[in-house]
Write a protein that binds this ligand. Structure first.
Ligand code: SDX
Length: 463
């Protein structure tokens, strides 16, 4: 059932309201309970507090009823006012603004401000924000040495995850997470330094000298300059690439409680500094089922190799032997991911400029085949944001294993906005889920060992 959100300009309360009760009867005790049904800002968003079920017991000394939800398929871990998704209708809004309008008209830093503050910046707010982010793009020189410690063939997501965590050691004051000023400077620093770290990872892998930020350029132009500048005194970015990357950064900026954002919220709930919490988000995004999918899409298309092989590949996926159509399917979207529509149109624009990408034909054929095949239709599998992005990144000559780094640069805006919203939510505390124990009952320890120090380890000890 899709959700409908009011289009009112009225500032949302951000609070949950009671909208009815759930009457439950425990057949074990014949006792009945009345559980509050809570509603957020949209009709479809209703929930019962899991803690309200703890009163349901068969005896006073019992722990009480928990809710069991592997992978949180139906669990709201928080209330949030940042991003609204209607998976049935393919709707995505940041603070109420449709993604289509933001992608077409806004800048990435304007969106980063919106995600965090809840309103679009005034000109003076925006000017100060751009100034602050621009003048924090440099990283400590030791970060260069740190990155040079990686092998030439290190995966850039592994490097980025480590480098973001390392920032925590350069800014120990970031631990003061309840100090709004410290929080603000940490957010500025991380947003500013993500492109620098990403570009440094790229340059290391390529065996090229690191290019320092050029503070006379915009956020996206500066990133491309740090990635691609060679001996020229000033880098002139291709305006089509600048526009495409700005739009892709906006599309990837936030997406409510996805795997990596949930990781940032959970790690951040221990009150660790934001650099360490965001490093956890980078690690989660690295996974092939999440942000790593854009890299896997290109590898999948490479393996297919030719449009004539598409039908055979689709049969392989349907054969259920584990092959997945990467870039398809989504936990929330059960219709076309609105971002994928925008990216597909962007791909057409970019390829007009740089020439048709031979693999785009395979991608289009894959999409056409899947959208008309009962296997995918019945499972509501549509292209997601990752299906076409890789083709654009490759047209910009980014290496395939760098695609998810580009996702991480953009998602830092959402991770930080969600992290701060979690800190300011009076209901939040350290995340510590329960479990349903299904292991052994108590049993006495009877070792099966005849010696604690097998001969090999004794020999090792002697050397
Ligand atoms: C992102 O959460 C977010 O918001 C993420 C993201 C963001 O902005 O943060 O949107 C970014 O991560 C997009 C998703 C990128 N991942 C991929 O493209 C990888 C391929 N897609 C999937 O693995 C899968 O669709 C997920 C992980 C995205 C969603 O998985 P779910 O919701 O857990 O669904 P599921 O694995 O339970 O699948 C349901 C059924 C299964 O079939 P049956 O067991 O019922 O027979 O659909 C099948 C799956 O086998 N299925 C697929 C498929 N995805 C699901 N079959 C073939 N190809 C696929 N891509």
């Amino acid at each position: 059932m899709s959700k409908t959100q009011s289009t009112s300009e009225q500032t949302p309360s951000g609070e949950l309201r009671n909208t009815g009760t759930l009457e439950v009867k425990d057949s074990r005790t014949d006792k009945s309970y009345s559980i509050q049904i809570l509603q957020g800002g949209v009709e479809g968003d209703t929930a019962a507090r899991a803690m309200d079920f703890r009163q349901i017991k068969t005896s006073p000394d019992e722990f009480g009823l928990m809710t069991y939800d592997p992978a949180f398929m139906n669990t709201a871990s928080c209330k949030s006012a940042i991003t609204f998704i209607d998976g049935d209708k393919g709707i995505l809004r940041y603070r109420g603004y449709p993604i289509e309008q933001l992608a077409e008209k806004a800048t990435f830093l304007e969106v980063a401000w919106l995600l965090r503050h809840g309103e679009l910046p005034s000109q003076s707010e925006y000017d100060q924000w751009v100034h602050d982010v621009t003048f924090h793009t440099y990283v400590h020189e030791n970060i260069k040495t740190f990155l040079q410690g990686f092998r030439y063939d290190a995966h850039p997501m592994s490097m980025l995850c480590s480098a973001v965590a390392a920032l925590s050691s350069f800014y120990p004051e970031a631990k003061a997470i309840h100090d709004p000023e410290q929080r603000n400077i940490s957010i500025v620093r991380l947003l500013a330094k993500m492109p620098t770290l990403a570009a440094f990872c790229y340059r290391h892998i390529k065996g090229l000298p690191f290019i320092y930020p050029d503070n006379s350029l915009s956020y996206t132009e500066n990133f491309l300059s740090m990635v691609a500048r060679m001996s020229e005194p000033k880098y002139e970015a291709n305006p089509v690439f600048v526009k495409a990357l700005e739009i892709l950064f906006i599309l990837h900026a936030d997406h409510e409680q996805n795997c990596s954002t949930s990781a940032v919220r959970a790690v951040g709930s221990s009150q660790v500094d934001p650099f360490s919490a965001v490093a956890a988000g980078v690690a989660a995004l690295y996974g092939p089922l999440h942000g790593g999918a854009n890299e896997q899409v290109l590898r999948m298309i490479g393996e297919i190799g030719h449009p004539k092989n598409v039908a055979g590949f689709i049969d392989e996926v349907k054969g259920g032997k584990g092959a997945r159509l990467m870039g398809f399917g989504h936990r929330v979207y059960k219709s076309y991911d609105p971002r994928a529509k925008i990216v597909k149109a962007l791909a057409d624009e970019v390829f007009k400029q740089v020439g048709m990408d031979k693999d785009l034909e395979i991608a289009l054929k894959l999409e056409e085949a899947a959208l008309n095949d009962e296997y995918f239709i019945s499972r509501k599998l549509y292209p997601n944001v990752d299906f076409y992005t890789g083709l654009i990144y490759r047209s910009m000559a980014f290496p395939t294993d760098f695609f998810t780094v580009l996702f991480a640069v953009a998602r830092a805006a959402g991770w930080l906005a969600q992290w701060e919203e979690m800190l300011n939510d009076k209901e939040q505390k350290i995340a510590r889920p329960r479990q349903i124990y299904v292991g052994y009952g108590e049993r006495p320890y009877t070792s099966k060992l005849t010696t604690r120090f097998p001969s090999t380890s004794k020999d090792a000890l002697r050397k």
